[in-house]
Design a protein around this ligand. Structure first.
Ligand code: IMP
Length: 182
């Protein structure tokens, strides 16, 4: 039997599940953006692994750039405060932009980013969210065009997602044992 990290309570998505999900999003983007050379923006750090895999799953011409924002610090709850720590190197005026996000929780981070990037007059902005967290009675502040999978309202790690910078290297998505962060 495969051994998972001792801090992981449950595995929600295996490596195989993740491969299928990313390939499916890649296919949709390849069809929708044929001949458009979209700019895929990875929101660091969480989306770096998803973006690397997604780029390889997109079969049409595309480019990549990176942004870093702070939203969570080392905690587990959204602070609502978003700061651009690293900006794009690419001009996005007139470009088709796809923001690749690791997980959509409240959506506050992306709603802020869309406003900030929208002011630069891209041709279009869409979101590809690898995960969307389902929170009862709450709707995220933005609606992603591409969604990999929905996860329950728990703190998840792996495949780029961290808790206090740990667990990003786990190749699967797992629920962190609450005792690790409480
Ligand atoms: P939002 O602004 O509430 O949508 O938060 C989005 C960001 O918070 C994500 O890009 C992640 O970096 C982080 N985040 C939210 N939920 C989780 C989680 O369950 N595990 C790890 N990071 C998370």
């Amino acid at each position: 039997m495969e051994q998972f990290h001792p801090d992981i309570k449950d595995v929600l998505l295996s490596e195989d599940d993740i491969k299928k999900i990313v390939s499916c999003i890649g296919d949709q983007i390849s069809t929708d953006y044929e001949g458009k050379n979209p700019l895929v923006i990875a929101v660091l750090r969480g989306a770096f692994i998803f973006t690397a895999d997604l780029m390889r799953a997109i079969k049409t011409d595309c480019e990549v750039d990176f942004m870093a924002v702070s939203s969570y610090g080392d905690g587990v709850k959204s602070s609502g405060v978003v700061r651009i720590i690293k900006d794009l190197d690419t001009k996005i005026e007139g470009r088709d932009v796809i923001i690749a996000e690791d997980i959509l929780d409240s959506g506050l981070t992306l709603s802020y980013l869309i406003k900030a990037l929208g002011a630069r007059h891209p041709k279009s902005i869409e979101i590809a969210a690898f995960l969307v967290k389902d929170i009862e009675g709450k709707k995220p502040a933005v609606t992603p065009r591409y969604v990999g999978a929905h996860v329950p309202d728990a703190f998840v790690v792996g495949y780029g997602l961290d808790y206090a910078e740990h667990y990003r290297n786990l190749p699967y998505i797992g629920v962190l044992k609450p005792e690790v962060y409480s």
